[in-house]
Design a protein around this ligand. Structure first.
Ligand code: FAD
Length: 383
């Protein structure tokens, strides 16, 4: 077993690191404060090929794979976690279209998603539907040569800025999850209203509500077959969950770096605060949680790159990553004292942004449920 990154992936990592430090870091605090969506960064990330790792070259991606996508996610989240979210909003719909779309859909929809010309999103969650995806109420009713979409999606990343997105809805609710379908819709059409929602953190990544009222979806926008929606949704989540876990690792790293740097400079009682064993205890825990989560992320990514099932490993990575981000950002705030609480330093942003990693793409509890049920033999996660 070799823990060194192959040269090609080390170059990808360096490219993402340089990009994040040069293009994202200088305005990270301002972007967070002003709640701006950085479309210009979406375009630049598209130009660098950051959205194309999960899409084969034949379909217009670069086929670099899941580990490459994870490395990019990690580097960007280390500088500004909210900007990392842009990766999943482009690459998520793109990989789903690549995996389940027809040749015509791939040709028509992938180039603009991969370049960032079209801002993407995906919408599963509803006011009464969170973890229990199959309980969604949005419907797509056949009408002429297409469907009419009705329902409300909430907590949708990019809801207020997206041009297109994958929307999950029931074409036949009597079939429960076998009656769910997936559509890649053009959101710049009449019949959809948008509302922005405010939140604790991740401010440079807008979140909102999409309400569809007799929103017309042409038949050629159905991804896969009617009834494939639940399967597509689970597959999609498995991919985006991994990118999310990698982002959590990057954020944990940012918090660790802030704590270590501060501990080596701040003095109290005539010595550097890093000399105090209670602070060393925090640092040791931060280092181990972050490193362990990273290894879990890389393993899950490698499995996917070798075409092997990895649902269980992705859940472990997401669980560990979310917990590492939450622990490390909390520990950094403790170590930085009042300076951690200050909005003049990034530690408080890390702390606010970390909480999302315990909720999105399947909550901590849902990951634990998947892991425990697999261990107990109730439900094989990689079936
Ligand atoms: C910043 C942000 C961005 C988001 N972006 C998107 C997006 O782009 N697209 C999208 O579709 N959704 C998005 N979401 C929604 C997100 O996916 C959901 O919030 C998440 O799936 C959890 O659902 P919920 O919040 O309704 O919690 P609920 O499912 O209501 O859960 C509430 C609590 O109960 C626990 N719980 C639920 N079921 C179980 C169970 N069976 N066993 C044990 N515990 C359980 C949960 O872990 C949680 O602690 C976003 C959310 C946020 C905060």
């Amino acid at each position: 077993m070799d823990f060194e990154l192959p040269e090609e992936l080390a170059e990808v990592q360096k490219l993402a690191r340089d990009f994040a430090e040069k293009e994202i870091a200088p305005t990270a605090a301002k972007d967070d404060r002003q709640h701006v969506f950085r479309k210009d960064l979406v375009t630049k990330m598209g130009d660098l090929g950051f959205f194309g790792c999960l899409v084969p070259e034949d379909d217009g991606g670069n086929g670099l794979g899941f580990l490459a996508h994870a490395l990019i996610s990690e580097e960007i989240a280390r500088i500004h976690s909210a900007i990392r979210v842009y990766l999943n909003m482009q690459a998520g719909p793109a990989v789903t279209i690549a995996e389940f779309g027809s040749e015509q859909q791939k040709r028509k929809f992938l180039p603009a998603l991969l370049s960032g010309e079209v801002v993407g999103c995906f919408a599963i969650t509803e006011p009464d539907t969170g973890s229990d995806v199959a309980s969604m109420k949005t419907t797509a009713t056949r009408d002429g040569n297409g469907y009419l979409l009705n329902g409300t999606k909430i907590w949708i990343t990019n809801a207020t800025v997206a041009d297109a997105g994958i929307i999950f809805a029931y074409t036949d609710r009597s079939q429960r999850h076998r009656g769910m379908s997936a559509f890649y819709v053009d959101l710049n059409q009449p019949g959809v209203s948008r509302r922005e929602l405010d939140k604790l953190g991740t401010h440079a990544s807008p979140t909102g509500e999409l309400t569809f009222e007799n929103f017309r979806v042409p038949r050629e926008r159905l991804i896969g077959q009617e009834g494939d929606g639940f399967k597509i949704c689970m597959r999609h989540l498995n991919h985006t969950r991994l990118g999310c876990a990698a982002g959590a690792v990057g954020l944990a790293r940012a918090a660790r770096d802030a704590a270590v740097s501060y501990a080596n400079q701040r003095e109290q009682f005539g010595q550097k605060i890093g000399q105090f064993q209670m602070n060393q205890d925090l640092i040791a825990q931060m280092v181990v949680q972050e490193e362990a989560a990273r290894l879990l992320v890389y393993r899950a990514a490698r499995l996917a790159d070798h075409g092997r099932p990895n649902n269980l490993e992705v859940s472990m990575a997401k669980y560990a990553g979310g917990e590492a981000a939450a622990f490390c950002t909390d520990a950094a705030l403790k170590m930085l004292g009042a300076y951690g609480y200050s909005t003049e330093f990034p530690a408080e942003r890390y702390y606010r942004d970390a909480k999302a990693y315990q909720i999105v793409e399947g909550s901590v509890n849902i990951q634990k449920l998947i892991i425990a049920q697999d261990a107990l033999g109730y439900r094989n996660a990689n079936r």
